[in-house]
Design a protein around this ligand. Structure first.
Ligand code: ADP
Ligand code: ADP
Length: 226
């Protein structure tokens, strides 16, 4: 079954910039793919289209997601390079926010937030404030917030680009372990060829703007990783 299917999808912004496509891309449920390509080729645009945050100018798209009770963007988790945490509330409250917006009662929301924090190795930091955390830890909180709604599809836009090498490598391993357990569909935008090959089952390379598919490479893992 397909999680995401784009056919002939293009995106022209209001200023006339043709940002993407025509793009043809099919991602199977549970697949972990990386998206590589030159800056400005439309990778973020593609993620925003898949998330339903903007509409394509032409083409057809299908995104399979469950009809969960949680709004907005239910069925999709989004992680950006900037963790975008609210500084004035605790880590737990930051992670609980999507559930709060979705009307999930506080006790259940807190329990789910704590479980999500535990899954990213931050069980002991629920009561901390974002300013007390390292960059890698903030990224983990952002990942927990994306996972707390139990989305079918996780979209990650250069999530680890701002981290130091060690934090980045730890996060790579932990993300891989999480994915093995959860088997969610992941679309991971990165500029790192190493990261794309290390993490994903498939590396999709885009052309310069407007981005089309240049190469679609299956990664065969010989030794188990992580
Ligand atoms: P599956 O049956 O494996 O779950 P899907 O439900 O994703 O696969 O697709 C069902 C049918 O719809 C397939 O024949 C597929 O080729 C077609 N399809 C998928 N995506 C699109 C699209 N964006 N536009 C038109 N047809 C599509
Ligand atoms: P990438 O993520 O691959 O770097 P983007 O999807 O961010 O590429 O951008 C693709 C192109 O669209 C770029 O030329 C960018 O400047 C342009 N663009 C992105 N967002 C907007 C917007 N909201 N309005 C106008 N142009 C945009």
């Amino acid at each position: 079954a397909l999680a995401v299917s784009l056919r002939g999808v293009t995106k022209a912004y209001d200023n006339g910039v043709m940002a993407l496509g025509p793009l043809d891309l099919a991602v199977r449920k549970g697949e972990f793919i990386s998206l590589l390509g030159p800056s400005g080729c439309g990778k973020s645009t593609a993620l925003r289209l898949i998330a339903g945050l903007s509409a394509p100018s032409s083409g057809t798209m299908r995104v399979a997601r469950h009809e969960g009770p949680v709004q907005p963007g239910h069925g999709i988790g989004f992680v950006f390079q900037e963790p975008t945490l609210m500084p004035w509330t605790s880590v737990r409250e930051n992670v609980r926010l999507p559930l709060k917006l979705g009307g999930i009662p506080k006790a259940e929301g807190c329990a789910r937030a704590d479980a999500a924090l535990s899954s990213v190795g931050l069980a002991d930091f629920a009561d901390a404030f974002p300013r007390e955390l390292s960059g890698g830890m903030k990224m983990r909180v952002s990942l927990a917030r994306a996972l707390v709604t139990d989305p079918d599809i996780l979209l990650m836009d250069e999530p680890f680009a701002a981290l130091d090498e060690i934090a980045r490598f730890r996060l790579n391993n932990d993300l891989l372990a999480l994915w093995r357990g959860l088997r969610k569909t992941v679309i991971f935008v990165t500029h790192s060829v190493f990261e794309s090959v290390y993490l994903s089952q498939r590396v999709v390379v885009m052309t310069a703007r407007p981005g089309r598919i240049q190469a679609d490479l299956r990664i065969e893992t010989v030794e188990p990783r992580g």
